[in-house]
Design a protein around this ligand. Structure first.
Ligand SMILES: Cc1cc2nc3c(=O)[nH]c(=O)nc-3n(C[C@H](O)[C@H](O)[C@H](O)COP(=O)(O)OP(=O)(O)OC[C@H]3O[C@@H](n4cnc5c(N)ncnc54)[C@H](O)[C@@H]3O)c2cc1C
Length: 442
């Protein structure tokens, strides 16, 4: 129940209202295959398409019905961005790899746009551009340098937005300025997943939903995979379970931190309000550490507003109230707005905040998308498939790393430290906002 409007809100994603997944046919588990894939989101299904098209016998297992995890719950912002800036990347990996990482984002986005066209995937895709709001002048300068870098280095249409110009992009007084890049789009994430699933089902890949992988053990010549519906020996395995990784792979769990992200949908706002608040119907974010991401719904009728959800028990009220109050801080006229949906899903963070694939024996992992998997999960699922196929050139990726260390020292897979990290981030954000307000008073 929404405590403000006193109307019930749905705890299922807004996207599910017009995109339902029907149960897949049940096939027997085949005792031998070339490749076993664990996880049926963007990554696993995209890998299945490439592997099956190359003639490999493929079985994909998902412990849930397809369409329950992050790939149909996300914000649909097809950004393919990377959290660390270029300087940080150079410090960590050297200039060549840092440049490779940045350039691959462009290639990955374009590959997604091409896939949508070639396979005629209808997912309300719109190359809307993204506006990032800066919280103070220092962040404005940083964004301006970033815009210049994107333009000069990658030829991306990107530009800084002064405080006076902000209202052309978004109807708020909160930001001291910002930046826009026009190479990022919005889409309907569940329809995208349904489209990838349709393409995968047209291949010979066998998709087993409601079939959990319970354990995987390396053996001579491959991997023995125990599932809830029988055992399989696969020559190779591909793990695409990201933030939903369970105890079938405790090793991977220690390398990823699952973090809950929540989105609320407002009730329909009317054309006039949408025109005032989101005149260019872009995707939106800001530079806060506890950043928020928001966008218009594909039909332009309402706002979908997302951010971190620090709860662990699934009580939707406090994080929903929190998101509504942040929405109201950015757009004061929405302070008491009714909500129709409030849902959450898990995103997977890793230590250096860079998505990756890596290989351990006969198993490849494509994982750690850090909340940006609409572009990356599909791309790295494909790259992992090319690697399994031995297609060296196609498999080349700046995101092909050695297996990562534990995400946090002594970490066993339960992120007990999240509330502490959030408090620290919230404190830093408050300090940044205070600086902005003090400057404005002067
Ligand atoms: C609320 C929210 C908002 C987001 N917003 C955005 C956004 O706007 N833009 C963006 O780029 N990204 C966003 N993301 C991130 C993006 O959705 C993910 O990075 C992406 O969907 C990951 O895809 P995937 O295929 O790796 O994993 P998933 O789609 O999460 O699929 C993993 C699958 O593995 C299965 N699995 C786990 N364990 C087992 C097992 N033992 N046996 C069998 N199957 C198993 C699960 O059931 C699940 O279906 C968001 C995520 C959330 C939750």
């Amino acid at each position: 129940m929404d405590p403000i409007s006193a109307r019930p809100f749905k705890s299922t994603p807004y996207w599910w209202d017009d995109c339902a997944f029907s149960a897949l046919p049940v096939w027997p588990v085949i005792p031998r295959c070339d490749v076993a894939i664990v996880g049926g989101g963007y990554a696993g299904l995209s890998a299945a398409i490439e592997l099956a098209r190359a003639g490999r016998s493929v079985q994909l297992f998902d412990r849930q019905p397809i369409g329950q995890a992050a790939s149909s719950r996300n914000g649909g912002m097809a950004s393919g961005s990377i959290r660390p800036g270029r300087k940080q990347l150079i410090r960590r990996f050297g200039e060549a790899r840092a440049n490779g990482i940045l350039m691959e984002g462009k290639a990955a986005r374009e590959d997604l746009w091409a896939f949508l066209e070639e396979e005629q995937v209808e997912c309300d895709f719109f190359l809307s551009g993204l506006f990032d709001g800066a919280i103070n002048d220092r962040e404005c300068e940083e964004l301006s340098r970033y815009a210049e870098l994107l333009q000069r280095f990658l030829g991306i249409e990107a530009f800084s937005v002064s405080r006076a110009e902000v209202s052309r992009y978004i109807g708020t007084e909160v930001y001291a300025g910002g930046f826009a890049r026009m190479d990022i789009g919005g889409l309907h994430p569940a329809k995208l997943l349904a489209g990838i699933l349709r393409v995968a089902r047209a291949t010979d890949a066998v998709i087993h939903e409601d079939t959990a992988v319970l354990a995987m053990v390396a053996e001579a010549g491959g991997v023995r995979v125990a599932t809830s519906r029988g055992e399989v020996f696969a020559k190779k395995a591909l793990v695409c379970t990201n933030a939903y990784t369970d105890n079938f792979d405790p090793w991977l769990r220690r390398r990823l931190v699952p973090v809950r992200s929540r989105i609320v949908a407002t009730e329909p706002l009317g054309n006039g309000v949408m025109e005032r608040l989101m005149p260019k119907r872009m995707m939106y974010g800001d530079t806060r550490q506890l950043s928020y991401y928001y966008r218009p719904s594909p039909d332009g009728s309402r706002i979908l507003f997302g951010g971190r959800d620090g709860t662990t028990e699934g009580d939707p009220l406090s994080p929903t109230t929190h998101l509504r109050s942040e929405l109201g801080r950015i757009f004061p006229e929405l302070a008491g707005i009714g909500l129709t949906h409030s849902w959450f899903g898990q995103v997977a963070m890793n230590r250096d905040m860079i998505p990756r694939m890596f290989t351990v024996g006969d198993t490849i992992y494509a994982t750690g998308f850090c909340g940006s998997g609409v572009v990356w999960a599909r791309w790295l699922g494909k790259k992992a498939a090319f690697k399994l196929l031995g297609q060296t050139e196609k498999a080349l990726s700046a995101f092909d790393f050695d297996p990562p260390p534990k995400a946090v020292p002594f970490y066993q897979g339960k992120p007990w430290f999240i509330p502490i990290v959030y408090s620290l981030y919230a404190w830093r954000d408050k300090r940044a906002m205070r600086r902005k307000n003090e400057r404005e008073k002067r």
